[in-house]
Design a protein around this ligand. Structure first.
Ligand code: PMP
Length: 425
């Protein structure tokens, strides 16, 4: 343990680490482990998708729509089946959208603000709207609610999901609490998978606000890192129906990190009543989404097995990078008592915690050494990590060698920042 060293030993260690850090700075590196983007190698896996259609293709959907033309607001039959396969729901529970689920989430919050939920008062007419934000969480979720002036309340994440005692308390007691952001499987950033009990407790919430909704962003449903250890979660729509709460949840998903981010197909799944409410507004917004992209994806992925077979190829590229991070972190930082980190079975991120008050320093020192990381605090609403501890590591985009180099430097920086912190105490 570092804290067991004497002041003199710490001073020697600081000198040694500082010299190592300075040597690294002189290398003029340019590495980036900040955003969860698929690598070029992963994008290449989907190039065949572009060969699914050509000028001789039959462009008519199974339900008879000419996909080249206007119309079909909620998606062609095979587009709904495709999204249902991805999200583990039924095709009749789906509206198909274009290439970004974040876009659907933004539009959904905007619709709640401007038009309200199923005839309830539009949120923008209320004195205050609050959202629960499990932390650490996905920065862009928090950015959406921040953009609409929603008050965001931190909910600590546990091993198996958000602190449900706190969620139940807020949701049942405060009618200003209108929503919660959830990433139920392989969450961003810790890779957390919600337990059956957590999913059931969500489905059984008794909100004080009749227009409270769970924003269930199942972005990583099929993004297993190890296919021997595939994790499953309970189906929230089924559980909500069983609990007599069928309208409590909006489920989101997309093919972004399966085929081409931003240029694929995404979807929203929910109860019949919610879908009608949402489509009722959508009809003013668009005449229909990109049905050609739906057709291409649906023919490329005829069933759930085809999606999983494709995800296995992603895992073969991603897993060695996650393994490298784990190997280097545990070798260089294990047992020192200065950090902990997540060991996800899927998704795109590793969540790393420094000693209290060190995360900002570490990210700034990494930048100086030529390694870009997600900003410290980004995993919290308003970019405010109350303990300044959490850092998100995104190993997907860089090459394996770059990941190794970046994490090696990271361990030097974390040790140096920790030693200097202990010396200052
Ligand atoms: N949800 C989560 C939890 C994510 O991590 C990401 C991408 N980083 C997205 C949504 C974005 O998805 P899309 O490309 O479909 O907008």
């Amino acid at each position: 343990m570092l804290k067991d060293l004497t002041k003199e030993e710490l001073r020697q260690e600081a000198l040694r680490l500082r010299a190592e850090y300075d040597k690294t700075r002189e290398l003029g590196l340019k590495l980036d482990i900040s955003r969860g983007k698929p690598s070029k190698e992963q994008l290449a896996l989907s190039m065949d998708l572009l060969n699914v259609l050509d000028s001789s293709s039959d462009m008519i959907s199974e339900d008879g729509f000419d996909t080249r033309n206007y119309g079909c607001l909620t998606g062609i039959a095979e587009g709904k089946r495709l999204m249902a396969d991805l999200m583990d729901v039924r095709p009749d529970q789906v509206i198909v959208f274009d290439g970004s689920s974040l876009n659907i989430m933004y539009d959904t919050v905007q619709k709640c603000m401007a038009h309200g939920v199923m005839g309830h008062t539009p949120w923008q007419k209320l004195p205050e709207v609050k959202f629960l934000c499990p932390v650490p969480g996905y920065d862009r979720h928090f950015a959406v609610t921040e953009a609409f002036g929603v008050t965001m309340l931190n909910i600590p994440m546990k091993e198996d999901g958000p602190d449900m005692d706190l969620v139940e308390k807020y949701v049942s007691e405060d009618p200003a609490v209108k929503g919660i952001w959830c990433v139920p499987k392989y969450g961003n950033p810790a890779g957390t998978v919600y337990s059956d009990e957590v999913v059931r407790r969500f489905a059984n919430l008794k909100p004080a606000a009749p227009d409270f909704r769970i924003f269930w962003d199942n972005a990583y449903n099929v993004h297993h890192l190890d296919f021997e250890k595939q994790r499953q979660i309970l189906n929230i729509l089924d559980e909500a129906e069983k609990a007599g709460n069928p309208d409590i949840v909006y489920v989101f998903g997309s093919f972004s990190k399966i085929t081409f981010p931003g240029s694929s197909v995404s979807g929203l799944a929910s109860s019949k009543a919610n879908l009608e409410d949402i489509a009722g507004n959508m009809k003013y917004q668009t005449i229909g989404h990109n049905k050609i992209m739906q057709l291409m994806h649906a023919r490329y992925f005829p069933d759930r097995e085809a999606i999983l077979a494709h995800m296995k190829k992603h895992a073969a590229i991603m897993k060695p990078k996650f393994d490298a991070v784990e190997e280097i972190l545990s070798k260089e930082l294990g047992g020192l008592g200065i950090a902990d980190w997540s060991k996800p079975d899927g998704g795109y991120f590793i969540s790393f915690n420094t000693m209290e008050g060190c995360a900002k320093t570490v990210v700034a020192m990494m930048k100086e050494a030529g390694v870009t990381m997600t900003g410290a605090g980004a995993t919290y609403p308003y970019h405010k990590d109350p303990e300044d501890r959490n850092i998100r590591i995104a190993p997907s985009f860089a090459t394996l060698e770059e990941v190794r180099e970046a994490i090696r430097i990271f361990t030097v920086v974390v040790r140096l920042a920790s030693v200097e912190k202990l010396l200052s105490e």
